[in-house]
Design a protein around this ligand. Sequence first.
Ligand code: GDP
Ligand code: ZN
Length: 463
Amino acid sequence: GGLNLLEDTIAAISTPLGEGGIGIVRLSGPAAFDIAKKIFRSKKKEWSAAEGHRLVYGHILDPAGQIVDEVLLGYMKAPHTYTREDIIEINCHGGIVPSKKILELVLSAGARLARPGEFSLRAFLNGRIDLAQAESIIDIIRARTETGLKLAVAQLNGSLSRKILELQDRLLGLLAQVEANIDFPEDDLEAATGQELLRTVGELLEQVEDLIRGAQAGKIYREGIRTIIIGRPNVGKSSLLNALLRENRAIVSDIPGTTRDIIEEMINIGGIPLKIIDTAGLHETENIIEKIGMEKTREMINRADLVLVVLDAGRELVAADLDIIGSVRDKKAVFLVNKDDLAEKKISVEELDVLAAGRPVLWVSAKEETGLDELEEKIFEMVMGGHLSGTDDALVTNTRHKQALEAAQRHLTDAVAELKKKVPVDVAAIDIRAAWEALGEITGNTVTEDLLDRIFADFCIGK
Ligand code: GDP
Ligand code: ZN
């Protein structure tokens, strides 16, 4: 737990470590100004924290009085700050050494090293943002496409929170009605209340279900589609991947603290990040199936959301192709007959259509870059088919939020069933209350300390 730690002043380097224009060491908490005073000297007059939001030029000095760096010190008085606490931001020269040295000085002057996400946790605990907004900060940092970023920013602005709060409000209204009913138990009133509850609960259930449906698309925008390219050696897997990357390479942000054992290439298909799993063999003209073994390949295929099966238009289908096709029998797959530019085709359209079993077959050429637009359209259609593809501002992108919505959905469904059976309204109220609580986990108004710890542990330090 760590909810009682708001008396501490926390500090961290808020910019990514490494070469950069500037580095920022950020402090938040009641002692932020006093700590800064101990290590900062302004050239001009004595600076005073009472003045509020200011930027001052000066130097950071070590205990021996030696200049460590020349800096711009920003100070912001509570409560009009990100954390609603006093904040000091020391803008120093970029690079690891100055910011690390300044962080050390700040820590020895009385600050405590911030845990991952602790600045955002404080903003949440101090009521500046709600939980869904805090979580969107991770998504903003990690967004891989413009659409993903747009959704995360909308969430930070509270678009999802507003919807959830509205639902919660209406559920509370129902509970108040039930309360009133308990005080005046008359059969007629009870029946009328039951009818009205049934109507409203049904309506709210629909809204919750809308949000859940949107979550399928939201999750895709946020987390991307795991895609694997398979095919015999020399069919043109690498060439195709490169052709796709040339036009559509997505923004890849390095996420501090994550290790990546397999390299993923990110492609942006209509705002959807496609994570192409680039196994060790993928770039070599070797069959990845031979190289890493059938079992491992099966596992990768199983975990993929989408499989691109590549075949060579200039070669007849052989047993190895059929094996590969067989291994994706139950998967979402696109069959790509590459080298469509070759004059002589050795693959029969009819035979392949049978093997594809209703899934799309596209003739493409990595060399001449033909058929790739159709491929992108197909992928978008397959991935978004059935889900709403518009980017509603309040799209649920977070699995945790989706689970909370599903819990609310279960309770509301139960409530509807009970009300239909005309049980006493205070029995149905138990489920209505449970739904209200489940929704509160999204915005954080009914959240447990344990859950908070888990959510904020996912942040990077300095955020
Ligand atoms: P991989 O082993 O499946 O990754 O295949 P590569 O991408 O390494 O390509 C194998 C060979 O096929 C190379 O010589 C490529 O130049 C050639 N190739 C790839 N795509 C095409 C294409 O669309 N048309 C033609 N004619 N050759 C291609
Ligand atoms: Zn290759």
